[in-house]
Write a protein that binds this ligand. Sequence first.
Ligand code: HSE
Length: 394
Amino acid sequence: MNIAILGLGTVGTGIVKIIEGANPMSMTADLHISHIFVRPEKVAQDDSDKLTSDYDAILNDDSVETVVEVLGGIEPAHTMIKQALQNHKNVVTANKAVVARYMEEFKQVAKENNVQFRFEASVGGGIPWIVNLERGLRIDAVDSVHGIFNGTSNFILDQMTKTGASFESVLKEAQDLGYAEADPSADIDGYDIENKLCISVDVAYDTLVHPGENLPKFGIRTIEAQDIAHFKDLGLVAKLIGRSELSGDHFSYVIEPVLYQQGVIEASINDNFNYASFHGESIGDLGFIGQGAGMMPTGHAVVQDILDINGQVKHLIRTLEKQFTIDNQFDKGDYIVRTTSDQFDSLTSNWNVTTDGKYKTVSDIDAASMHSIMKRVLASDDTAFMARVSGGAE
Ligand code: HSE
């Protein structure tokens, strides 16, 4: 199979290494990279005849069966993916932002042109998450997905827990290690998780939810070493979690720090590892742990998609047509909050609140109300932090 790769950054380089460096007995021996699309300056600097900045040449080359998009971002990735599908080429992408926004369109255009559109690496990097979610869905209705979908935030929380270091110093370490996005706010404020949870929910419930649809997100930007120490005293470990539960015709959808008892799976996910899990009718809880980012793990997931296409492996058909209401009112729990805002007491007067030094616990409150209260609290105290206390595996 002839492949064109769009982009030669971290993931693109990993894909080239895997395909060109594999042993001759590997299934990748059938794969051949015929084109690598890069900026014109890069073509000029390199004498490889694979490098090109002429996308029309790729689109018009009938020998190219699969286009791999690893440019990242929305445009030109969106247009280039669409053009590839319209030119009867399968597309594999690792680009969560473009998949979360345009999954419906890509699936439709792929169907019209009788080609495949695959996006395994867009969620959980190297973890075989989408393929196993689809596998579960061949038998079960899935009524929840949750997990640690961002490695940078997990690394930060894990290091803070292990060393007692400040948020700022560990964020710097994550950036130096190359874990964080160029703008780390995507990692620490939950936007990266939002894309990945949208994609997971689309597949799990056969529906469409888009980033930005008023999805409640509370990140870890304001967490302090004293919070981690307090949680430790309570035997709890903080993780930044994306979670959705389906109930009847509505589902909850929330991104927030969650506190787990030591020993629970989520509490044991170290370093920059990811954890993705779903609950299905007959399979129960099923979770996957692995590297959610990086050159080789993400490259691995992309190459697995290419091999599936080459082997004509059929994936689950999702029409994304089911309609549900997003409703975070049925997702209830206890939240520990640190704030100096003088509005907190009046904002939480409808709930039972207890105090432990600097920390308050709001009991049995729904996620929608808690997130809305914290939005107002942050307006007067931009250092405030909150975390949900898990009742076990969420
Ligand atoms: N910055 C992301 C992370 C990369 O830390 O998980 C993978 O999407």
